[in-house]
Design a protein around this ligand. Sequence first.
Ligand code: ATP
Ligand code: MG
Length: 759
Amino acid sequence: MNESKDFLRVIVEEDLKAHKYNEVVTRFPPEPNGFPHIGHAKSIAINFGIARDYKGHCNLRMDDTNPTTEDTRYVEALKDAVEWLGFKWEGNVRYTSDYFPQIYAYAIELVKMGKAYVDSLSEEEIREYRGTVTEPGRRSVYAERSVEENLDLLERMKNGEFKDGEHVLRAKIDMSAANMKMRDPLLYRIRHAHHYRTGDAWHIYPMYDFGHCLSDYIEGVSHSICTLEFENNRDIYDWVLDTLGLTSPRPYQHEFARLGINYTVMSKRKLLELVNEKYVSGWDDPRMPTIAGLRRRGYTPESILNFCHQIGVAKANSMVDVAQLEFCIRDDLNTKVPRVMCVLDPLKVTIENYEGSEELDASYYPDDVPKEGSRKLPFSREIYIEREDFSENPPAGFYRLTPEQPVRLKHAYIITCKEVIKDAQGNITEIIATYRPDSKSGSDTSGIKVKSAIQWVDAARAKTVEVRLYDRLYACEAPEGVEDLNPGSLKVIKNALIEPAVITEKPDVRFQFERQGYFYADPIDYTDEAPVFNKIVGLKDSWNKKAKGEENTAKSERKAVEKKVQIDGEVAPMNEVEQARFNKYSSEEYGLNNEVANTLARDEKLARFYEEILTQLQHKNNKKFLNMLANIVVNDVARELKKDIERLSFTTTQILSLAYMIHYGQISTTIAKTVFEEMVKTGEHPKAIVDSKGLQQISDPSLILPIIDDVMAKNPDNVEKYRAGNTKLFGFFVGQVLKATGGKANPQVVNDLVAQKLQ
Ligand code: ATP
Ligand code: MG
């Protein structure tokens, strides 16, 4: 069982040791007024988990004392959630409403003991009489009513003779108690409302503080576990049970910290608003933090339970990073699901020297996943690759297909771009390529070294699928309301292409789409004729950088915008001026890639800034340099411009110098980011910053080689794996070396040297 026990389990064990109880009985007591969310999952895992670990039992109880908000639909959702998480409640589902007669009988007992009275003050007066934290309250004159009068009034309240709010039943405790909750708390209130289970039988409903402890007692609960905000209610909990003289087994309340997750709202009221106002498609919208939503998104029960285990049980409230939940699902699926290929934004590639067709053998699982299974991949002359896997003017570090750089088609051959075909607007419509017959995966004798392998599908045999790309529902870390919603939380791609085996063989319902993320066949909308896949989570945490600072936010936002343009074509069309700018920047003369040209075209201020730099250039014919410069403008300068154009702390000349320093290898692109940040802060010239901080790029192999040796010595396992064929680890080594130099090493040199060393 658990390596280290949480404080609740410690309490349970002590109680068992002291023979306080014969059996551990817990309960999960939700109010059926909404769908359960990930916070409830924590409570479920604790209550059912403790009962299981100590061979007791756990009840599922609907805490349904509020007639106006409750519904059987929510009862069903709660039952579903508990079962889906893998737990079983004891016997039937319990309902506090089933205990109404017993709870009422206890109320009469308290009245008879002189411990409760009917008060007839207005709601406002009650509040006023209660006093404040620093001042004691005053008792209502009605507290002096006789037992007979109280019994009579209570009976008539129950029978519906009074209006809402006319009377309440209160405990007679202490109007000057330090704990405000003990100042004659309300036990019953009048409510003329239809209850989803008891109908119109009752006109009074017990308050939480009265109903909850008695329900626990009635069910023989030993440990009544609730969240921290009920700490002050514990005194009433005990007062009711003790005053009524209810004895063994007598429940005690214990509080733990409720779960809060960033980028998420967990209040049922706010979730209900999202549903009612149609910000989401329903309680089970895959973006919702509800169990039903997570389930439809593709989360597994294991991943959620593992998350609950990881966050642990504590007594202090804290905020958990949503990345941790995302980590848990990734971690779970990584060793379970087949890898397949899907192309979201297809770009046609015609392989001109390929004739006929063939079926390639491809394992569903990588070597490090101990599962068997493979499929046949149809391959022929016409295929589709991801549009973003080709770049005519690649930025530094672009390892995929370019006019100069061949690439491997995963599980297939190495191809080389021969020709780029464009339409009248300059959009790339097709690539003409050639393949190397001797480069087939598994029997490659071509001797060609490629930097990456990309996904693809056969044009003739691929199936069209709808892919729903889900992202976090909120864009801000501590969302308050709908104004914080992430406008890009759902993108629908209607015409993605997937390899046929996914549909015809159905090796699973969850998949890793190579290089894209984890996906789930939508349990409701999927059919073989019109398949729909939900994105569960990406392969890595794309929000990590974003969370670290707003500079990165701007960049990811921009990226998101660019992506949108590329993938959906949903963005507003350009006006004439913008279109003209776009044509200019993407023309031969400027040669900017589409994404960058698009951003400049749509942002006049940015375009002006870029133009001003260009006027200072002697020669404008180095495409690579122009693109790199434009990238700095579009990413870094754009962010500052957005803040305030009047107060830019750097000049166009300084940006040009920065670009030159990158171009001539004086600093790496990583270091350039640091330098830029410094320029923003201090307004100093980039050269001065580089000199004073010693940020010069390290390109000398004699300085880099010892670091590589060191990294390899520290990671012998990975070296072995790499040499055994796991070439994916290449990036790991490069990353480690770059990190060890604080980003100062020249990445190209590191790449080359690492490749040499690992051979
Ligand atoms: P809300 O305030 O959003 O309506 P709630 O706490 O009122 O939520 P209930 O249905 O009363 O919701 O909760 C059922 C059980 O789940 C309670 O024991 C409660 O303490 C627990 N619970 C609810 N939210 C969380 C959370 N975020 N973390 C841990 N436990 C929670
Ligand atoms: Mg509640």
